[in-house]
Structures are given as C-alpha cells and as structure tokens.
Write a protein that binds this ligand. Sequence first.
Ligand SMILES: [Zn+2]
Length: 747
Amino acid sequence: MRRSVLFGLAGFLLAGAALAQTPSGDSNANLDAKLDAAINPHELDGWMKLLAAEPNQVGSPHDKTNADWILQQFKTFGWNAHIETYQVLYPTPVSESVDVADLDGKPWKATLQERPIPGDSSSTAKQYALPAYLAYQGDGDVTAPLVYVNYGNVDDYKRLEQLGISVKGKIVIARYGAGWRGLKPKLAQDHGAIGTLIYSDPADDGYSQDAVYPNGPMRPPQGIQRGSVADMTIFPGDPLTPGIAAKPDAKRLTRETSPTILKIPALPISYADAQALLGAMDGVVAPPNWRGHLGITYRVTGSFPVHLAVKSEWSLKTIYDVIAQLKGSQYPDQWVIRGNHHDGWVFGASDPLSGQVALLAEAKALGEMVKSGWKPKRTIIYTSWDAEEPMLLGSTEWAEDHAAELQKKAVIYINSDGNGRGILNAGGSEDLEKFVSQSLAGLTDPETGQPVAARRRAKLRMLGPNADEHDKAMAKLAAEPNSDMPLEPLGSGSDYSAYLQHLGLATLDFGYGGEGRSSGVYHSRYDTYEHHSRFVDPGFVYDALLAKTVGRAVIRAADAELPLQQASDFADAIGQYVGEVKKLADTRREAQETQAKMLADNVYALAADPTKPHANPTPLQPVPKFDFSPLDQAAATLKKSAKAYDDALAVHGAGLSRSDRAKLQGVMQSIDETLLLDQGLPSRPWYKNAIYAPGRFTGYGAKTLPGVREAIEEERWDDATKYIGLTAATLNAYSARLDQATAILNH
Ligand SMILES: [Zn+2]
C-alpha cells in the first residue's frame, strides 16, 4: 500500500483559501470537527461484530443480509439508497481433494478446511464456511509428481530452466508471496503443468513471524489462504462480460471462451499439509533462496504421484451493490464517489469489513452534518461493493454499467479496503497530491500524537538508499518539507481498478497498516472479529481514523470551488517515469550483451555441478536503440504547461467569476481521461490508462507507462516503439487540456 504531509506554501495559499469556505459559512475546520465528533470507535466495533458474525462470501445468505443491513443503515443516516444487482459467473466448490495413495507407506489426504478455534467466530458461527478454494481455477482430476517452484514467478521459471527441470505434465507446488496469487497457476499452466497447489510458508506469515493464532496473530499450521486466480491482468470483473455490465440480457462469453478463467485445477493448502508433501520429495535440492522455514530439506522434484481433483458448480449468481446518495446543492451533476467492498472469503473482519465500517462511520457523520445544515455543493455517492474478492466484480460491473455517465459526472473516486494499526498508505493519480496534502492537514496519529502526514513522510524516507528507482524518488520527495504528499501509483488488487484504468477517473486509495498483524489470517477462516480486535486494530482507533481521513477528502472534494487537480506534481512524476523506462532499456541492453558473452564462453556449463541437472538460459534478444524523443518532448511540454496552469491558478483562481469557475471545472474535471488509449494496452484492450496498469507479471504492483515499460521487459520491440508514440500523444492531450484551463484563468 502507500504514504502522506502538510500543504505547500506560496501560491497555494490562494487556492487553499478558495477551498476553505462553504456556502453555509462553515470552514473546512468546522466541518472536520463535526465529522470527528460524529465518529465513534465503539460504534465501528459493534458494526463489525454484526457484519462478521457469519461467513459472508459471495452468494452466502449473510452476504445478502449484510447488503440489506447496510442499505438500511444508509437510509437511517439520511441517504437516498438502493441496491443494484448483476448476474455474474461465480463458481462454488462441489468436491475437492488432494491425496497421495502411498506417502511413506500409507495413504494421505490434505485437510481442506480449517478447524474451529474455541473463543473465535470460527467456533460460534452456524453457517457454511467456504473450504480451501481458488475462484476461477479450471476444475479437473489429475495425478502427477510435484515440482516445487518457489514463488512460481517469472524469475523462478528462469532458474528452473537453468536447473534443467521442466514442469510439463507435473503438478506445481508454489508458496504464497512475491507477487499476485493468480500468476502462479497461470505461469504453471503456460509452462505445461497440469495442476497447481499454493501453500503459505511459515517464513512469510506463520511461526517465523510471531506466535500463531490464537496465541498470537500469525497463521496457524492449518490456516489456508483462499483467493481468486481469475486473470485480472487481462480484465477484472465478470469473466463473461468484459467491458459491459453483467445484466440478465448481456451478450456473454462462455466459460470455455473467457480468457480470464484458468484451464487447470488449483487449490490452496495449509503449511501443515505442505510439510507432508514437500518433506517427502526426494529429488534435486532447492536453491538457497527457495527454502522456506519448514523443518525439512526443500527439494525441487519428487517421484511420488499426487492426485488433485476439483469440481465446481458454474452457474450465474446475483451480486448486490449498495449505492447511496446525498444530492449536491449547487452541482448535482458533479459526483464525488467513495467505495469499499462488503464481501469476504469467510468472516472477512480485517478484509474488508475494517474498511467497510469506516465507510459507514463517514456516511453516518456526513448524514448528520447534512441534517444540521451542511449543504455539500456536489453530489456524494457512497458505494458498498459486493464480489470484490473473486475479482472486483461489483465495482467493475457498476463502472461498466454507468461508464458514460461516470466519465461525464465523476469528479473523483476514493477507495479503501482492509485497514489496521499503523501508517497511512495513500495511492492515486499524482495530480491529486496537493489535494491529499490539504486533506491530511490537522489529522493526528492516535498512538504517537504526531501528524499522520509526518509519520507517512518518515516511513517513505525510511525506504532508504537501497530502494529501487521509484522508492528512492518517493523518499527524496518526502524529505522536502514543502513538497506535496507523494502518492504511490496504483496497480490493482482493489475496487479502484475500473475507475482508474478503464474509465480514467481521478482516483485515490487510502488505508492504514503495517503495525496491526492481519497477514497471518489473510483470506482464512480466522480473519474474525476476535482476531481484528485483538491484533489488527485494538479499540478500533485506526478504523475510526480511516473514516476521519476519507471523510475529510470527501468533504473537500464535495465543496471545492476550484478543480482538485494540480499539475506540477504529475509533470514531475512523468519526468521520473520517462527516465525510468529509458534506463530500463539501457540495463536490458547491457544484460543481453553480458549474457551473450557468457553463453559464447560456455560459462553456465563450466560453473555448474556436473553431477546435477543443468542447462543454459534462453538467450536474451539484442535490445535496439529506441527513439524516446516523443516521450521526452511530451514530458517537457507537460512540465511547461503544468507550471503555467499552477501559476495561473494561484494568481487568478480565487478571484474567478462564477461562470469562469464553471468553465474551468468543465475543462479540468475530466482531464485524467485524456490519458486513456483508444485501443488500450497490448493484448489487453480493457486497460486503457497509458500511465498506470497492474503488471502483466506482477499483478498487484503498478507498472507506470505500461505500454512502453512492459514491451521492453518482454522483448516486444515493435510495441515499445508504438507505445512511445501513443503514450506521448496522451500526455500531449493532457497538456493541451491544461493550456485550455490556463487560458480561462488568464483571460
Ligand atoms: Zn479486500
């Protein structure tokens, strides 16, 4: 996730002054005080207890009960609210098995459900808890020996190649971590494997980290991480209706033709079961950095056959998005949108209900403020999404359903998800850095009494000199006292994706974390009310703080007289990203030249242990000299246009006439949409944003300038050249829009 500070000085005092007054005469400070007074941690505690009392996965009775209850809450809080439904393909497990006919002399079977823990919701709940499952795996009944592939990412397969080991016809076993879950079975499938098991190694979130639940926060031996393996890097949402809403009459793909559904069976298992399987393997010893913290010798190959079988029920299911509205008094057709999902994998206390109860606390507070006379200028829309967990379905279908209206009316989309004790993570479009800095001013961290922004800056600076290019740049920015709060670029993994990457809206994502310990129960049956209130956010103070944080941003976005975007931070970020992709090309070129010499000199074979299997790596392709000048020119133009706009805004913003303000807003509100590519990214047209995308081979992590960056990483040289031009054109469109805005300010 991400980080934050106080607003800059100089020119922004004028813009800040224009932001500070509302028509009823309330200053932001007054509104903040009313917001804070209305947010009560005990209430959040009670709401979570209720929402997390029973399993609430998609399609469960309690998920529907929760949607109805949330709807009722909004109405009680004074909002106009309704539920919108979609019919999505959502598989549920019918039968599943991982077994070995003869493991050390006797039959063995994996335990695919966590046993209840006394004193925990897992032992008091009455309704069905989803067993070990990976949504949108491919079903199948296969038997083959195992190959251990470490995290199962691209580099691990390169290492495997040099070890002379193939996964073809085998069942792969990978550990969780180091990249998104769904890439593990996808890469296994691409390399010819016929099944995948994923387990949680205690090195990452088990006993190596701390005592295990219920004695401590971390994953107990029987804990299982459920999750989705739909290929979100192609598109998120319903696998059968990319780009359109999953309404009853929608034209649908079939399960067989949907590109996001896996073709091979896959299941998650516990580390207790993984230990039995991995410990019985008898082949090549695993490389040192592939070894986890189980008390075994980690090996890459085993000779005994493992049987993996999964059968699912593949019908359409109904999902329930709760949509609530407070109508704007002056600009009803300008929308400030805020969302968090309500579905979990089992009880979902930390993920997602910690964020959901914060959202409810904001809704209650804003409702009370309206009752006592506040008239937000813009319309505020609060959304409680269903079906985020299986692959962002509720938020994506709603975005696709209302795409044209959203692109016209949305001012901003603000997201949150799981939350806990710790430091603020903040991600989003860099042209919102000034807006975020202003929203955070005056927010205090409950455990240190220090500004939330100061702690976030400190954390960014702690990334330190050994960080990658991007984190180094963030640390440097955070160290400048008058800089705006740096924001992390957004990849994927939560409900903002469709708003940012498909519709091109101004987007933010907030969450506290890093100190509360939720990772050990992530997507397991033990992510419960008891675990959250003991180990993740005791006293619900950080969940309440999230409500205060997002509430401030919503109030400011709803009442601002001037556009939320500020261009220079974005121009600086683009300069940084262009530098990064140029450097990437140079680094790749050197790597290819070095490898070519090593291959010519037979270095790989000479250095290998001749008694062990080994092979040469696949030769890298020579890297051409790219012409980056279109990007260089676009970045330079943007810098100039950004400075002219920000200067003009500082000088003339506060004094604009009402009609000029409306014109300015008309030009600036949708400026981020100029960054969309008509044809989208190579081989994934749903992703249209030229600046931010989830990595094709990292998933959660953002790739900036993805059309160019990934083409270089993946040796698609023609795409690299093509997307240098296309990306530069979007940046030029952004600059031209800024110039229009500057002309309105200066006229
Ligand atoms: Zn979540």
